[in-house]
Each structure stands twice: as structure tokens, then as C-alpha cells.
Design a protein around this ligand. Structure first.
Ligand code: PLP
Length: 238
């Protein structure tokens, strides 16, 4: 985030958040001593009233920005009607969202979950189950160096950064890594027995690296030949 108004209004405390106040959180992220209090569009304010441009945007997922009136109204309206009824029951907003997604993508079914990692986890599980139901020989998964897919067990198993994975090993077996954008290397790694390939069309954690068109086309062709699932993880760039 970039601070765009350094002088806080005189009436508001300018002290940064005390270290002790951050001690309630598990120390997984190096949190700055900054308490965000409100936002409007692409701008956020801290508790001391300083304004910042929000380039983080919820790690590239808060596409609508902060304080969007229509969104706030829709959420408040729904909360007054029906809050949560699990995936076991249908409800009108879920039906309409599923239809809109299918129309936009051409897919046949939607599955709703709560986070990116669950989305990838589920896609990988669907892919293995699908390989079983098609009678394919193997259950292998191919992922790519530099890729990030989340922190639940299967998604983490397909995530490249060793320091994220290693503390939790043994993870889900049968995942191997190939070089991103290396078309020539695909032939060797995408062999019979591959149930799924998971790839970010633009690697996020990996540094904002786009896949080359011919790489994605080669993946599509090879997965089709092997009858394996090709999973696009677009969580960060949705
Ligand atoms: C490409 C990609 N996939 C999956 C995830 C996991 O998403 P979530 O943090 O919502 O579980 C992320 C999170 O940054 C991501 O960038």
C-alpha cells in the first residue's frame, strides 16, 4: 500500500498499533503496525485517519474495492433473510449464481466453497475421482515450479515453494513438478498415469508470470490425449 496523505488530522491519534496488540495473532505473516479501519473504492484509511491507496486488494481478490454501496445493500438484505444453509440445501441466490457462472463459462456444473485453497483442493479431488471412474491407470498430478495453490493439504502438495510444504510433510503423494512455460519438457512429464495438471495461467506468488500461449495449448492437447483433467487456478487474478 502507498500512503498518500501523510499528515493525520489533528484530532486523531497518530500512534502506530502497539506490538502487544498484534500478539493475539499466530505469527504467520509479518504484519505491519497498521490498523485498517475503513475504505472507499481503492482507498483505505487507518485508525489514525491516514489514507492509503490499496494496491494489495486482498491479495488481488477484492476486485470491487471497499465500501461498495450496492454490495453492502445486497449482503445486508440477504443476512436479514437467510444466513447460511450449507451445501446441503439450494437457495435462490445460489441457483442464480450457479446459472450465471455456467452461462459465462460453458461448464455444466458449479461447486461453491469458501476459499481458493478449497477450490483447488476440490478440483484435484474431482480429477482423481474422475480418473477412477474413467478407469484410467494412474492418479498422478503434475504442477509447476513457481506455482502456488493454497494451504490445505492437497493444494499445498501442488504448491512449489519448499518452505511452505516441507514443515507439513508427508503431504498428499503422487504430485510432481515440471518447469513452467517449458513446452519441450512437457512430453516427458505428461505421461500415462497423469490424472490432472494444475496450472496458473498467470503465476501470482511466482512473480506475476504469464503462461505462454503455446504452453497452455500444449497442456490442453496433452491432457486431452491422456484423458487427464486440466485445472486452471485463477484464484489470484479473478
Ligand atoms: C493462485 C492461487 N491459488 C490459490 C490460492 C489460495 O486462496 P485462498 O487464500 O483463498 O485459500 C491463492 C492465494 O493467494 C492463489 O494465489
Amino acid at each position: 500500500m502507498t500512503e498518500i496523505a501523510t499528515a493525520p488530522p489533528a484530532t486523531i491519534a497518530a500512534e502506530p498499533l502497539a506490538h502487544e496488540e498484534l500478539e493475539s495473532f499466530a505469527p504467520l505473516y509479518p504484519m505491519p503496525r497498521l490498523e485498517l479501519a475503513s475504505g472507499r473504492g481503492a482507498r483505505v484509511r487507518d485508525a489514525a485517519g491516514r489514507e492509503y491507496l490499496d494496491f494489495v486488494s486482498g491479495i488481488a481478490v477484492n476486485a470491487l474495492g471497499h465500501g461498495v454501496p450496492g454490495l453492502a445493500r445486497a449482503v445486508a438484505k440477504q443476512m436479514k433473510q437467510l444466513v447460511q444453509c450449507s451445501n446441503l440445501f439450494a437457495n435462490r441466490p445460489a441457483i442464480e449464481l450457479a446459472r450465471a457462472l455456467l452461462e459465462a463459462t460453458g461448464y455444466q456444473r458449479a461447486f461453491f466453497c469458501n476459499s481458493g485453497t478449497e477450490g483447488v483442493e476440490t478440483a484435484l479431488k474431482f480429477a482423481r475421482a474422475r480418473a477412477g471412474s474413467l478407469g484410467l491407470g494412474g492418479r498422478d498430478v503434475v504442477a509447476f515450479r513457481g506455482g502456488f495453490h493454497g494451504r490445505t493439504a492437497f493444494a499445498l502438495s501442488a504448491t512449489w515453494t519448499p518452505s511452505y510444504r516441507e514443515p507439513f510433510e508427508p503431504l498428499v503423494p503422487g504430485v510432481r513438478f515440471a518447469d513452467y512455460n517449458d513446452v519441450a519438457g512437457l512430453e516427458a512429464v505428461l505421461a500415462p498415469g497423469v490424472a490432472a495438471v494444475v496450472v496458473e495461467p498467470v503465476q501470482g506468488e511466482g512473480g506475476g508470470v504469464p503462461a505462454r500461449r503455446e504452453f497452455l495449448e500444449a497442456l490442453r492437447a496433452r491432457c486431452t490425449a491422456l484423458q487427464g483433467a486440466l485445472i486452471f487456478d485463477e484464484v489470484q487474478w479473478c
